[in-house]
Write a protein that binds this ligand. Structure first.
Ligand SMILES: Nc1nc2c(c(=O)[nH]1)N[C@H]1C(S)=C(S)[C@@H](COP(=O)(O)OP(=O)(O)OC[C@H]3O[C@@H](n4cnc5c(=O)[nH]c(N)nc54)[C@H](O)[C@@H]3O)O[C@H]1N2
Ligand SMILES: Nc1nc2c(c(=O)[nH]1)N[C@H]1C(S)=C(S)[C@@H](COP(=O)(O)OP(=O)(O)OC[C@H]3O[C@@H](n4cnc5c(=O)[nH]c(N)nc54)[C@H](O)[C@@H]3O)O[C@H]1N2
Ligand code: SF4
Ligand SMILES: [Mo]
Length: 712
């Protein structure tokens, strides 16, 4: 061997000796891409990079957010000790002191204001084990009815729509692997190219195989560019559009009579409603042409297979549940569900947006998707938890409504875990005031977020690199996030923090866990027999099978790839179609002289939700350093704006200042602002407090605003 080769192998060996690899899953979206953090030690300096790891869903891919996720997790601003507010300043304290203060304040509030005066605000970015435990903590540890979570603002409408229609809510009815083989795809209010980037190859393959893709979005996005047809509808007009599409399908006899007969209820009412609509009215409501509506409907109706995907674009509306149901009506009428290559997909948002909506964080829910108002369900869970069913609280209120209850002095203490509600809730100015009004606020976070700033105490939580547990991904596949990176400072896992507080409150016997797996073992039993049944799933099984799709009631049988092949989950086995008009009791905002433009909100590729994490990542922050308002130049000029200048955006609720960004492809009556920034760039200062009556989803996607230049 030559000297050169020898040197090469020596170097390589040395490198290997100083390289460590840590498994994890991306902390961001529902794709839950598997990844590895590679730590290299060169002399005494450690460097890090993230690489993808093969798995059935993301197939080893990562997007830019995943590739740079370690930058925030390893950031110097991570809090590593509890922080207590003393005279308006945060000081570091020991866990002992922190837990003692929490105990004292929680007990005082319970004695003075009653058990329901304490509230819990949870998250769909924590593991299944933690989401489950947080629900138990509220009901057994604190004995309060007040618990809800950020998923209310996310998957609320999709979940309610699916539950009402199918009787069960697993985001995708089919596995992701079927997408490339379907013939026609409707993407309704979803920007997968920027929000679930590693899913894109499935859709690209579908297109290569000849599928016709229809995208519905008021803006042109990287996703609508993939589509064969882009329906650039007015914000908030999706119910009208779905009903119009179904009218054309029915009148052109593109329905599946046998399927309707055998598998559904309610078709007659739906037929009556939609056929009574004039397409000219649909065109006027949606801002599309009759021709476009006919073309889209026929394209979908005439194909032998098809899939419809919805996301927040149609769901974050005060009739979001209705929009979901009306799009599912199209699948049911054409018999395109419960079959190979045909089905529905509500594209889940957060990393554990699916699992965290199943096991009891919702105000009206118990584990396994059980109902807190159902006596049998209460009895079953009380038994698993070793408490009396009578002692379990009843249902509480939704996420945003908890802030209203603070104002009404029904809630005086709050425990926030893994969420930043000051930035993510509608009517943000009001939410901030409400939180300031609390007697006591505990925030568990990795950073001093906008919400954490208002806390009396901040507890340091572990990150995706450190915290092991299961996450249920976009497909409904339960995955095990292996994580073993050393905990920095005195950071603890969310589940440990819950157990520590429970112990301080004298409830230790109900929270005896030593590991995430211990909690999962209890979750399995608690979910057994429920709609989201995880009983058949174990850590070992997940490891062996690379994830298991729920429902999986039996350890000896496989999970469920495709739902509804023979029946739906309602008692009679049939799906419930719903005849819902676009007309609302409380109408949606429509542009007026005072507020002449639609405002819609959403995301950009490089940032995640309230931006608390991605703004800390230099590689991501560099791509979008600040908020902006996407506006058509014709509209901008009409309001005396120029490209890239500061603009004041005002609604009835409040105002913000951001920079203009010209777009020749957005509707001229609509502007768009992403919600990843805070303070004077927090677009939620403009969004109203109106909620969907069925699921309590805020109308993030439709506000009306006026815009004007900021004179300097
Ligand atoms: N990069 C990135 N990825 C993410 C996230 C992130 O913050 N950043 N968040 C994750 C989470 S939690 C979620 S919930 C998902 C969200 O994923 P998406 O729902 O796909 O994202 P959004 O940008 O909120 O909205 C989708 C699209 O809806 C369009 N839209 C707005 N109003 C309307 C309307 O009235 N009708 C219709 N048909 N469309 C409308 C918007 O223009 C936008 O392009 O993304 C997940 N992935
Ligand atoms: N205008 C507008 N508003 C919206 C939306 C919209 O489209 N438009 N979308 C809504 C949607 S879909 C969502 S999902 C919500 C999300 O809203 P939020 O839940 O408020 O958003 P995040 O930024 O994920 O907040 C998570 C916080 O927890 C911290 N954190 C991260 N990981 C962990 C962990 O493992 N443990 C703990 N304890 N803390 C952790 C982060 O630092 C961050 O401060 O926003 C909603 N708000
Ligand atoms: S953000 Fe989503 S698509 Fe991107 S790497 Fe993370 S999990 Fe995968
Ligand atoms: Mo979300």
């Amino acid at each position: 061997m030559t000297e050169l080769l020898l040197k090469y192998f020596r170097d390589k060996q040395q490198k290997a000796e100083t390289e460590k690899i840590y498994d994890s899953q991306c902390p961001y979206c529902s794709m839950q891409c598997k990844m590895q953090l590679v730590e290299q030690k060169v002399v005494s300096r450690k460097t890090y990079k993230t690489i993808g790891k093969d798995n059935p869903t993301s197939e080893g891919r990562l997007c830019i957010k995943g590739l740079n996720a370690h930058q925030h997790a390893l950031h110097k601003d991570r809090i590593k000790q509890p922080l207590m507010k003393v005279n308006g300043e945060f000081v570091t304290v020991s866990w002992e002191v922190a837990l003692e203060q929490i105990k004292e304040n929680f007990k005082k509030i319970q004695q003075q204001d009653g058990l329901d005066a304490l509230s819990v605000y949870g998250s769909a970015s924590i593991t299944n084990e933690e989401a489950y435990l947080l629900g138990k903590f509220a009901r057994v540890g604190l004995q309060t009815k007040h618990i809800d979570y950020n998923g209310r603002l996310c998957m609320g409408a999709a979940a309610t729509g699916a539950n009402q229609t199918f009787g069960v809510d697993r985001g995708f009815t089919n596995t992701i692997k079927e997408i490339p083989n379907t013939r026609c795809i409707i993407l309704a209010g979803t920007n997968i190219a920027e929000c679930q980037p590693t899913i894109m190859p499935y859709f690209e393959r579908a297109k290569e195989n000849g599928a016709y893709i229809i995208a519905i979005d008021p803006r042109e996005t990287a996703t609508t560019k993939l589509a064969d047809m882009h329906l650039k509808n007015k914000p908030g007009s999706d119910v009208a559009l779905a009903n119009g599409l179904l009218k054309v399908i029915i009148e052109n006899n593109l329905v599946d009579q046998a399927f309707i007969q055998d598998r559904t209820n309610g078709f007659e009412e739906v037929r009556e409603l939609v056929t009574s609509i004039e397409l000219e009215e649909t065109a006027q409501l949606t801002g599309l042409t009759v021709e476009q509506i006919k073309q889209a409907a026929t394209a979908f109706g005439q194909e032998t297979s098809g899939m419809i995907f919805t996301a927040r674009g149609i769901e974050q509306q005060i009739n979001g549940t209705a929009a979901v149901r009306c799009f599912i009506n199209i699948l049911l009428a054409t018999g395109k569900i419960g079959k190979t290559n045909s089905g529905f997909g509500a594209v889940t948002g957060q990393g554990n947006g699916q699992g965290a909506r199943e096991h009891g964080q919702k105000s009206d829910q118990l584990p396994g998707y059980r109902s807190i108002e159902n006596d049998e369900h209460r009895e079953y869970i009380a038994n698993v938890w070793g408490v009396n069913a009578q002692d379990l609280p009843r249902k509480g209120v939704s996420a945003y409504e908890m802030f209203e209850e603070i104002e009404q002095q029904k809630i005086s203490g709050m425990f926030v875990m893994c969420s930043n509600p000051v930035v993510s809730n509608p009517n943000a100015n009001f939410v901030k005031k409400a939180l300031e009004q609390l007697k006591y606020l505990v925030v568990v976070d990795m950073f001093v977020s906008e919400t954490a700033k208002l806390a009396d105490i901040i507890l340091p939580a572990s990150s995706y690199l450190e915290d092991e547990g299961t996450m249920t991904n976009v497909e409904g596949r339960v995955m095990l996030r292996e994580a073993s990176f050393p905990l920095p400072g005195e950071v603890r896992h969310d589940w440990q923090i819950i157990c520590d507080i429970a112990k301080a409150l004298g409830k230790e016997q109900y929270f005896p866990y030593q590991s995430a797996e211990d909690i999962f073992e209890e979750l399995r039993v608690a979910s057994r027999g429920g709609r989201a049944d995880y009983y058949g799933i174990t850590y070992n099984r997940i490891r062996k099978e690379d994830g298991v799709l729920w429902p999986c009631p039996d350890p000896n049988e496989s999970g469920t790839d495709r739902l509804f092949e023979n029946s739906f989950a309602h008692e009679d086995g049939k799906a419930k179609m719903a005849a819902i008009s676009h007309k609302l009791k409380i109408p949606k905002p429509i542009p007026s002289d005072a507020y002449p433009l639609f405002l819609t909100t959403g995301r950009v590729m490089s940032h995640y939700l309230t931006g608390e994490q991605t703004r800390k990542s230099p590689s991501l922050a560099a791509r979008n350093i600040e908020a902006f308002m996407e506006v058509h130049p014709d509209t901008g000029l009409k309001y005396n704006l120029k490209e890239s200048m500061l603009v004041k955006v005002e609604s009835k609720q409040g105002s913000i200042v951001v920079r203009t960004k010209w777009s020749t492809t957005i509707r001229k009556d609509t502007v768009f602002v992403p919600f990843h920034w805070t303070e004077s760039q927090n677009v939620n200062r403009l969004v109203s407090d109106e909620l969907d009556p069925h699921c309590k989803m805020p109308g993030f996607k439709v506000s009306t605003v006026k815009i004007s230049p900021v004179n300097r």
